[in-house]
Design a protein around this ligand. Structure first.
Ligand SMILES: [Zn+2]
Length: 350
């Protein structure tokens, strides 16, 4: 059980499955029992009050930079093939199933908002099966319907690269997110199918045209699970004020990304980044679109985060800094988990 004095955090994005995948099924026990590397394992999640979140299945680009062949600055990322991505997705989904299966009730793959509420109340890690970049799904969408039945509940059509559905926003700094075209016809079919199945659509990693295409088409609240304010950090991955306003108008949310690249105003990958900068993004977004639309999207195990936070066990430090800024207990509960639960409930239905 988590310490009752700690505010439970339900988080919009982690890449723990990607890290564990490198260790195969053996890494399941390391996750459950605790291990040194990375940002999340179960003991550290409990210490920090990390009650659960979206566990991403992300397929790395086939291009692997090496000392001889570094990835050129601002180069677009290569896209894995659909069969490769589906195979890898199945392997990572099996990891998640194995974590739940071997956890003796400590981890639950949640398929409804009621599941999440119950898991948080019982101190059980609430994992959501999420796909970041739908390369595993072909234009016929067969895999989408099958993966839904084994628990898929949220999906980002793209990571920061192009696929059959849309064009992801490349990593650029400083840059607007307005880079390239939006949804393809297959992408529009994907959005309609997600609405039909009540799969949450994640807008983080969409370019601006894709964002607006989805805003026009989708009947669900707009959600960017792990993105920040472009006004404070002009990275192509961050959200313009106009995009923030659209998220507010649909009752959606923004999960604040802990990645220093998306927090800082200088685009430098420097772990010596004070948590105050993270709070500044939360405060800016709350001021502009309301506290109901601010949440967390750590990007744990997927990016470089402030050394001051360290890993999941450091979350209480972030809560303390938010509190010192003036967020009261009611506001903190909204940011930490209530907004996520509300938006998922609205998207998925009771
Ligand atoms: Zn991401």
């Amino acid at each position: 059980m988590t310490d009752s004095s700690i505010i439970p955090v339900f988080d919009g994005h982690n890449d723990v499955l990607l890290r564990l995948r490198r260790g195969g099924l053996n890494s399941v026990d390391a996750f459950l029992n605790g291990e040194a590397p990375g940002h999340i394992d179960l003991p550290r999640a409990r210490r920090g009050g990390l009650a659960g979140g979206l566990c991403a299945i992300f397929i790395p680009s086939p291009f692997i930079p090496s000392p001889d062949q570094p990835k050129p600055e601002n180069a677009d990322f290569a896209t894995p093939t659909q069969p490769d991505a589906l195979n890898e997705t199945l392997a990572m989904a099996r990891l998640l199933l194995a974590i739940e299966g071997r956890s003796e009730g400590a981890v639950k793959i949640c398929r409804s908002a009621a599941d999440i509420k119950r898991s948080i109340a019982e101190g059980q890690f609430a994992a959501i099966f999420h796909i970041e970049g739908a390369e595993a799904v072909a234009a016929d969408l067969d895999a989408l319907y099958v993966l839904y039945q084994v628990g898929l509940r949220t999906l980002g059509p793209v990571w920061s690269r192009s696929n059959v559905f849309a064009h992801g926003v490349p990593f650029r700094f400083p840059s607007t997110p307005d880079i390239g075209p939006g949804l393809t016809d297959a992408g529009k079919d994907l959005i309609r199918a997600c609405n039909e199945l009540k799969i949450m659509i994640d807008l983080s990693h969409m370019n601006e045209q894709g964002f607006w295409d989805i805003a026009k088409l989708s009947d669900a609240p707009l959600v960017a699970s792990h993105s920040n304010a472009h006004t404070l950090s002009p990275h192509s991955r961050n959200l313009t004020d106009k995009q923030l306003d659209a998220i507010r108008d649909t009752g959606g949310l923004v999960g604040i990304n802990f990645g220093v690249l998306f927090l800082r105003d200088d685009g430098v990958r420097n772990t010596d980044t004070p948590l105050d900068i993270l709070v500044r993004h939360a405060a800016y977004i709350a001021e502009r679109i309301g506290i109901e639309h601010v949440a967390l999207g750590s990007d744990f195990d997927g990016t470089t985060i402030p050394a001051a936070l360290g890993d999941a066990s450091g979350l209480p430090k972030l809560i303390d800094v938010l509190r010192a800024h003036g967020f009261d207990d009611q506001a903190l509960a909204k940011i930490a988990h209530q907004n996520w639960v509300r938006v998922l409930e609205q998207t998925w239905g009771g």
